[in-house]
Ligand binder design. Structure first.
Ligand SMILES: [Zn+2]
Length: 260
């Protein structure tokens, strides 16, 4: 009888100890989540810079793509122009060897056609050359402006980089804290907590406030409320299954009698 009571007393204190640790652990995981969220949401001035830089980069890529397209087109046009020049030479030679009016008319028509083609390809070449020169100039200007722009905002960017670094360090420190607390908790309670943390969007613990689970607002039956207050075991919310606690039962010294 005495032995049974003692064993129960030990279990009570262990459950309460675990509950205290679980609430502390939830606090550490909340801080980890907050640090990660801050790290993933750059301040507006950084977002604006990133957006502007992304747009400039896209435009630059598009201009370079156009320049490359012009380069391949001009190569093709020059090749055609050279072909037409050969044709022209060929017909000019033929012209001197014609024997009748009909042949003469035919060869003249070919020469006209070739001349026209040479003129057209030449015009296209000049168009492309002008466009390429313009693009090349704009690309160079934009690249130079980009460097100046980045230099102007380098302090803002550097400050955000430092903040991200701090947050990362904080996450590592908090993770170490979490591991240390987890090591103190009974494995079955630790496993239950971690499963809930995963499945409940980072919130495994819920305080009972005015007889209800503060997260899902499910009203606890009086008997369950008593069990939560007694702190002799880990109690789940019947609705959202999170681990329930009351501030009062956590701060009560171990072994103190509960008036229920
Ligand atoms: Zn609940």
């Amino acid at each position: 009888m005495v032995q049974g009571h003692t064993r129960q007393g030990v279990e009570v204190s262990k459950a309460q100890q675990d509950l205290v640790l679980l609430v502390r652990l939830q606090g550490v995981y909340d801080s980890i989540a907050a640090s990660i969220a801050e790290r993933n949401s750059p301040p507006p001035e950084i977002r604006e810079l990133q957006e502007a830089s992304r747009l400039r980069q896209e435009e630059l890529v598009e201009m370079e793509r156009q320049l490359t397209a012009h380069e391949s087109e001009i190569t093709e046009v020059r090749r055609k122009q050279a072909e037409w020049e050969l044709e022209l030479q060929h017909f000019q030679k033929q012209k001197s060897a014609v024997t009748n009016e009909r042949e003469f008319t035919a060869v003249i028509s070919e020469i006209d056609y070739a001349n026209k083609a040479i003129e057209e390809t030449g015009a296209r070449c000049r168009e492309l050359e002008a466009a390429m020169e313009q693009l090349g100039r704009e690309i160079a200007e934009r690249r130079a402006a980009q460097g100046v722009e980045e230099g102007t905002h380098s302090e803002i960017v550097a400050a955000w980089d430092r903040r991200k670094e701090e947050l990362l360090k904080r996450v590592h420190e908090l993770s170490a804290q979490a591991k240390a607390i987890e090591a103190e908790i009974q494995p079955k309670h630790r496993a239950r907590f971690l499963r809930l943390l995963e499945s409940k969007g980072g919130r495994a613990m819920s305080e009972v406030v005015e007889g209800s689970c503060s997260l899902c607002h499910f009203a606890l039956r009086p008997h369950l409320q008593q069990r939560v207050r007694r702190c002799e075991e880990i109690i789940d919310c019947e609705h959202c299954h999170r681990i329930l606690y009351t501030e009062e039962s956590l701060t009560r010294s171990v072994g103190e009698t509960v008036d229920v």
